[in-house]
Design a protein around this ligand. Structure first.
Ligand code: BG6
Ligand code: MG
Length: 215
């Protein structure tokens, strides 16, 4: 393929905020009286805040009013924001900066495609904004992954065709979104969970631009 752009999911790909999301959701589940496991959490990755809450409530067999849903989502987000408010560049996952620099050196555009409305806080904390040509986050989009909107918007803001872009994702919903958008996708994590991706790697430490061009 002619690779012209790479779009990175943020939570779980560039930084390990997936663990903070899990800690906050688990705390909410505990308050509601049930255990929320790491296995349950897989289904929440990449999914918007309200869609995540719906899945969590279903897991616990709980029905609440729309107003109560708003309150619960805000409660979870309050804890989450506390967890991410002290983030520093040390928390950038290994290999991320090396890969971003290598791509940019070869004139390949880089972008963020995240469902999170807190992406700005994280990017400021880890001081990495200048490594990205475009940033599309949960504040800019209407439809959550697995809808491809976030990645299509990223490609559009880079003035590229979806077929010229590769997406990096740690979530099943994100991989489905990339495929639905007509993009190649690199799964970052375990092959058992991310099998639908064009390539699955454990982290960003070793992947080369050449390998990406050959996808
Ligand atoms: C995604 C995370 O990046 O953002 C999800 O993988 C999260 O777990 C979603 O629910 C929305 O995040 P936020 O910060 O807007 O609640
Ligand atoms: Mg993610």
């Amino acid at each position: 393929m002619e690779l012209k752009g790479c779009i990175f999911d943020l939570d779980g790909v560039i930084v390990d905020t997936a663990k903070y999301h899990f800690m906050a959701w688990r705390r909410l589940a505990k308050e509601l009286g049930f255990e929320f496991t790491l296995e349950h959490n897989e289904a929440l990755k990449g999914v918007s805040r309200m869609a995540s809450l719906e899945i969590l409530l279903k897991t616990g067999g709980i029905t609440v009013s729309e107003k109560e849903k708003e309150r619960l989502a805000a409660r979870k987000n309050g804890w989450y924001v506390e967890f991410i408010s002290g983030m520093t560049p040390d928390e950038i996952l290994p290999g991320s900066l090396r890969l971003l620099r290598a791509l940019r050196k070869e004139g390949i555009l880089t972008g963020i495609g995240s469902a999170s409305r807190n992406a700005g806080t994280i990017l400021d904390g880890i001081k990495i904004r200048d490594m990205f040509d475009v940033i599309v986050d949960g504040n800019k989009i209407l439809r959550a992954k697995p809808d491809p909107e976030v990645f299509l918007r990223g490609a559009q803001e880079m003035n590229l065709l979806p077929s010229e872009c590769i997406v990096f994702e740690d979530a099943q919903a994100g991989i489905e979104a990339a495929i639905a958008g007509g993009m190649k996708c690199v799964g970052v994590g375990s092959p058992e969970l991310l099998g639908k991706a064009s390539l699955v790697i454990p982290d960003l430490k070793k992947i080369t631009v050449k390998q990406l061009r050959n996808l």
